[in-house]
Design a binder for this molecule. Structure first.
Ligand SMILES: CC(C)(COP(=O)(O)OP(=O)(O)OC[C@H]1O[C@@H](n2cnc3c(N)ncnc32)[C@H](O)[C@@H]1OP(=O)(O)O)[C@@H](O)C(=O)NCCC(=O)NCCS
Length: 161
């Protein structure tokens, strides 16, 4: 490991605990941004949420758009290291969480997933497929349970047809 890599890893060792255990959301947001996660305005990140961004990957692997709420103890994964155990390379796939999404507590998001604008993910769900905009999903694996419609200027949560 050369000096540059060492400095990079040291930086990661300091920032990752702050990103996960930081006492306030703004500290967790700031630390995640310094780790390389793309985080837009008005994002709230819950305590113990882990957002994947390996220190040796330059590209931002997780994109979190305006007004997103990331719940307590979430795991947002953008890599799969299982191929490494059979001698292949680690696989990286970008995760995108669009505007005003709400992720409940204990949600796990798998690599490559895109969560559409205004969607809601129920507590303890495993999201392994894209979520359409304004859809409420829940379960392991997560499936649509309700949708969100606009009526008289208000957003309403209604059953699926
Ligand atoms: C997803 C959520 C928003 C749905 O709320 P809701 O619209 O009131 O949904 P309902 O309670 O009417 O449930 C509708 C169905 O989905 C199921 N469901 C709801 N939430 C679920 C979840 N998290 N996982 C699995 N199934 C769930 C219900 O059991 C119900 O199934 P049924 O029709 O077979 O009985 C809510 O359940 C939730 O998980 N909120 C997040 C709370 C949280 O994480 N708080 C801490 C944040 S840090």
């Amino acid at each position: 490991m050369n000096f540059r890599e060492f400095r990079h890893r040291l930086f990661g060792i300091v920032l990752t605990p702050l990103a996960v255990f930081g006492p306030f959301s703004f500290i967790r947001v700031w630390a995640n941004k310094l780790r390389g996660v793309t985080i837009k305005k008005g994002v709230w990140i819950g305590y113990l949420a882990f957002i994947d961004q390996p220190p040796d990957v330059k590209e931002s692997l997780v994109e979190i758009h305006e007004g997103v709420g990331v719940g307590f103890r979430n795991n947002i994964f953008a890599h799969d290291s299982s191929p490494v155990w059979r001698g292949e390379k680690c696989v990286f796939k970008k995760v995108v969480i669009e505007k005003n999404v709400y992720l409940g507590a204990n949600v796990t998001i798998m690599p490559g997933v895109r969560i559409g604008e205004g969607a809601v993910v129920g507590a303890c769900s495993l999201v392994n497929k894209d979520v359409p905009p304004y859809t409420v999903v829940a379960g392991v694996p997560a499936k649509p349970i309700k949708k969100i419609i606009e009526k008289d200027g208000k957003k309403l949560v209604v059953p699926l047809e």
